[in-house]
Design a protein around this ligand. Structure first.
Ligand code: ATP
Length: 219
């Protein structure tokens, strides 16, 4: 469950706040897509939900956690336990191969399931790469490793920022189906930022971010 109320964030270089009195309620297991013009604040919103940044005012709650009140170490622990993050810089661990990168958070959490991981790698079309170094992968392959890692530890919330940005159309369709289906099957809440109307329309709820606030789009 994600519950955001009256969220505001201003940066010194901007006269108007990037996010202004923004609210969003998303029940557990449901998905929301967020679209909006470049620079309107979509990644800023995800960074606040993930606890990487602090709002000037407002509340962000994920299940029972008040994310806006967490300390730096509290935010680290929150992300490891509750959050799957698929951001534009994939943050893969270069010293590990694909298999160990995908397993990393699940092993830390103690819910590593090799059969589930094998299935995820197959669904995402990267099972042949399991033993490869992540530094040898293309951008699209690295993106799929980041998606597999986010799903693999069964978080309650996944935040995805342009998760198909590096993928061709056929691979993108496959990866997006996998992401939506896996989230639905496990009651994982999903917030997905995308410029693609086709990807956005697959979410349960579609929002447009303009002038710092979200408006719901129909259809
Ligand atoms: N930490 C920061 N310090 C100062 N300004 C920032 C910071 N983070 C974001 N901004 C500014 O806030 C605005 C919104 O940025 P953000 O990355 O959230 O946009 P976006 O909607 O995700 O854009 P895009 O679709 O191009 O990725 C930009 O003008 C950006 O420069």
């Amino acid at each position: 469950m994600l519950h955001i109320q009256h969220l505001s964030r201003r940066f010194p270089a901007h006269t108007a706040p990037i996010l202004s009195n923004l609210s969003l309620q998303l029940p557990a297991g449901e998905s929301a897509s967020i679209q909006g013009a470049s620079g309107c604040g979509k990644s800023t919103l995800l960074a606040l939900i993930a606890g990487f940044d602090k709002p000037d005012s407002g509340d962000i709650r994920v299940d029972d956690t008040a994310v806006h009140q967490l300390s730096t170490s509290g935010a680290d622990a929150f992300r490891a336990n509750h959050l799957g993050v698929i951001f534009q810089n994939f943050n893969l661990l270069e010293c590990f191969n694909v298999w160990d990168n995908v397993a990393f958070t699940a092993r830390l959490k103690g819910n590593f399931d090799p059969a589930l991981q094998r299935q995820l790698l197959q669904q995402l079309g990267i099972d042949q790469l399991a033993n490869n170094a992540v530094t040898s992968l293309s951008g699209g392959e690295q993106q799929r490793v980041a998606i597999a890692r986010a799903l693999n530890h069964r978080p309650s919330l996944i935040l995805a920022d342009e998760p198909t940005g590096n993928l061709d159309e056929a691979t993108s369709d496959n990866v997006i189906s996998c992401l939506f289906n896996e989230c639905k099957a496990r009651q994982t809440t999903l917030v997905l930022v995308t410029h693609s109307q086709e990807v956005a329309s697959q979410a349960d709820h579609h929002y447009l971010l303009t002038h710092g606030a979200l408006s719901q789009m129909i259809g």
